[in-house]
Write a protein that binds this ligand. Structure first.
Ligand SMILES: O=C(O)COP(=O)(O)O
Ligand SMILES: [Mg+2]
Length: 215
């Protein structure tokens, strides 16, 4: 049995439309210009506090509005249903095969826990994971390694795997001493070669065989 940790946004779910809706609605409520869908991936990956800080700078809003933007975005994050059709193709079959192979599946996302919980509930992805950790579950968030350590629950990091889409995930895996697998269709900013990984895949149907070769 291998403990496998998964990232959420840009890895299991193409959540940019949902995130964009929440942030753009919150910006409008605060009387600020909205961001576009195309701009949104550039703000995703380091958690909601950093997203709010960067979005405010981008639209020319006062930094003092950060707490309000966070609070309003959270309301829409939690109240707006997540669409199960935004799960990347092949994710459910891959999770099913990995679970049947006896692996322990866990989730490590920088999305605030309440928003992750509702997304996992709406998409029914939640039932696959033994442990779910969000960006505010611990005093630190990714790329600090504590979230991965907590998901491993004492298992040897060197025997575990972490699957994610971004620079943040790669740095987290490196900090924790966990092998990193890169899903290439998410919200990465740099080329795949720039992110050290033991394997990469663009289609979830490839993952069970990759894991079988590494576990
Ligand atoms: O909320 C974020 O910034 C990113 O979330 P993720 O860690 O699931 O990619
Ligand atoms: Mg991600």
């Amino acid at each position: 049995m291998t403990t496998i940790a998964f990232d959420l946004d840009g890895t299991l779910i193409d959540s940019v439309p949902h995130i964009h809706h929440a942030v753009a609605t919150a910006l409008t409520e605060l009387g600020l210009p909205a961001i576009t869908v195309a701009e949104t991936p550039g703000f995703v990956g380091r958690g909601l506090p950093i997203l709010c800080e960067q979005v405010l700078a981008h639209v020319g809003g006062a930094p003092t509005l950060q707490d309000q933007l966070y609070a309003r975005t959270m309301v829409h994050y939690v109240e707006t249903p997540s669409d199960p059709s935004q799960i990347y193709p092949g994710v459910l079959a891959a999770l099913d095969m990995l679970k049947r192979a006896g692996h322990r599946l866990t989730l490590c996302t920088n999305k605030p826990y309440a928003a992750a919980e509702t997304a996992l509930r709406d998409t029914r992805l939640g039932e696959w994971f033994d442990v779910v950790l969000g960006g505010d579950s611990l005093p630190t968030r990714k790329p600090a390694p504590e979230m991965l350590f907590a998901a491993l629950d004492g298992a040897d990091p060197a025997r575990a795997l972490y699957i994610g889409d971004s620079e943040t995930d790669c740095e987290t895996a490196q900090a924790a001493g966990v092998r990193f697998l890169l899903f290439t269709e998410g919200y990465r900013k740099s080329p795949p070669e720039a992110l050290p990984h033991v394997a990469r895949f663009s289609n979830w149907s490839e993952l069970p065989a990759i894991v079988a070769g590494l576990a």
